[in-house]
Design a protein around this ligand. Structure first.
Ligand code: ADP
Length: 433
């Protein structure tokens, strides 16, 4: 907010100062005659009185009278001058010769000099000296106080705007992170009320659309499971009959396809369950080393080659950590299965607990993930188009499920290049408050 306030203040103060110095000058220039005649009118009375004083004494005493008056009129300065004084302009000179008075104006149209002719050669000059230092300072302090008042005014105006904009920003951020029921709660009377209301309507529409999509996915997956189970059962029955070898082989191929479909449906169900915002993750205090051990044990028998080595690095003192064991295990198993598929011969699991949370890395020495695909691989059904990938099976849902499983607990899942040469998946779980 400070930056916006400073910028707005600078713009206002520069514009204000420029306006205050330029606009009066411009107006005085345009209406010069009017200001001049006004000043002449204003000074006429005083000048007439002074001129009368001069005409009451002989010309020889004018100099001493001028000195007396100068003393009396302090800080105004009174002096006798010649009409043909080089200080006068041609126009002023002509006026004085015609017996007319002249005035000069300074800043803001204030009178700085007025001259009245006494006879054909001499005139009496009344000079208004510049303001003394202390009065000047007082004028400047008025300017400074106006500047401070402007700043206070801007602050009062900006604060509610800023608060509402911050609320809009944090709502957009939370909404983007999957909290679909998040709304701005900005009242319509706010200056950004209409913007906030459009945002809220849009958020509501998106929430409805996503909910409908999730419900549809859920319903379709559920509906698919029944016929799939029937098919599986039917095929198992058919396989129990005496069949020619070729037919048995074909049926076994069909059973494999059905199992694959069943697996996809199960994955879809898990994914849509994790998408449900009403679903609250568990918080169980687990000993981290045993937890990691049990997950490694659960995927151990899926190792394709016995040459693959899995190292576990436990950094520092591993204490107990509060997490949702099912969700975290699910995410870690997916990452380990992927690492087993894509590694050459090394996988490394590292765990570190910090005061803010727990960090787990799954590294492998495989082909890694290209820079520009690092976010996309977390999208559902996204698979990298690499010849090796096609052979590995999978539906492209594993990483999407893993990320949702961590985000549901307030954590994150990201990928980066591994020091082993392949991919490093970084799981982050915040400490429960
Ligand atoms: P799938 O179940 O098809 O493997 P995932 O969501 O688990 O789907 O992975 C998405 C894509 O990310 C995969 O197709 C694969 O190309 C890439 N991938 C995942 N893990 C790794 C890894 N450890 N090394 C290289 N590529 C990987």
């Amino acid at each position: 907010m400070l930056r916006v306030l400073i910028r707005l203040y600078l713009i206002t103060i520069v514009t204000f100062s420029a306006a205050i110095y330029m606009i009066p000058d411009l107006v005085i220039k345009v209406f010069h005659e009017r200001f001049l005649s006004y000043n002449l009118d204003q000074s006429r009375g005083l000048q007439d009185l002074i001129v009368k004083q001069f005409h009451q004494v002989p010309t020889a005493q004018w100099t001493s009278l001028a000195q007396d008056l100068d003393q009396q009129f302090q800080p105004l300065e009174i002096a006798l001058v010649r009409i043909d004084d080089a200080d006068f302009s041609r126009y002023e000179h002509e006026r004085l010769q015609r017996g007319e008075k002249i005035v000069r104006m300074g800043n803001w149209g204030w009178r700085t000099l007025s001259v009245a002719p006494l006879d054909g050669t001499l005139a009496v000059k009344l000079t208004v000296p510049p303001d003394p230092m202390d009065v000047n300072l007082l004028y400047w302090s008025i300017n400074a106080l106006i500047g401070a008042a402007l700043l206070a005014c801007l602050l009062i105006w900006l604060r509610p705007h800023w608060r509402d904009l911050e609320r809009l920003k944090s709502t957009a951020e939370r909404f983007g992170k999957g909290h679909l029921s998040e709304r701005t709660q900005i009242p319509p009377r706010s200056n950004i009320g209409s913007l906030a209301s459009v945002f809220d309507t849009m958020a509501g529409d998106i929430e409805n659309l996503l909910n409908q999509q999730r419900d549809l996915l859920n319903a379709v997956s559920h509906e698919l499971r029944t016929p799939l189970t029937r098919l599986d059962f039917g095929l198992a029955l058919a396989l129990s009959d005496d069949l020619p070898a070729a037919s048995r082989e074909r049926l076994q191929g069909l059973v494999a396809h059905i199992r694959e479909l069943d697996e996809l449906v199960l994955e879809l169900l898990s994914y849509s369950r994790l998408q449900n915002p009403a679903w609250v993750p568990e918080q169980v205090d687990v000993p981290l080393d045993e937890f990691i051990d049990s997950i490694l044990g659960s995927v151990d028998d899926e190792l394709e080659s016995p040459q693959i080595v899995i190292d576990v690095l436990l950094h520092g003192q591993l204490e107990r950590f509060s997490l949702d064991p099912r969700l975290t295990a699910r995410a870690l198993q997916n990452l380990l299965r992927n690492a087993m598929r894509y590694c050459e011969k090394r996988i490394q699991v590292s765990v570190q607990v910090q005061p803010q949370g727990c960090e787990i890395w799954v590294d492998d020495d495989g082909i890694g993930i290209p820079d520009d695909e690092r976010e996309r691989i977390f999208e559902p059904f996204y698979r990298l188009d690499r010849s090796r990938d096609r052979a590995t099976g999978g539906f492209g849902l594993g990483l999407a499920i893993s990320r949702r499983a961590l985000e549901a607990q307030g954590g994150t899942l990201t990928v980066e290049p591994s020091p082993l040469g392949g991919a490093r998946f970084r799981l982050w779980l915040p400490t429960a408050v």
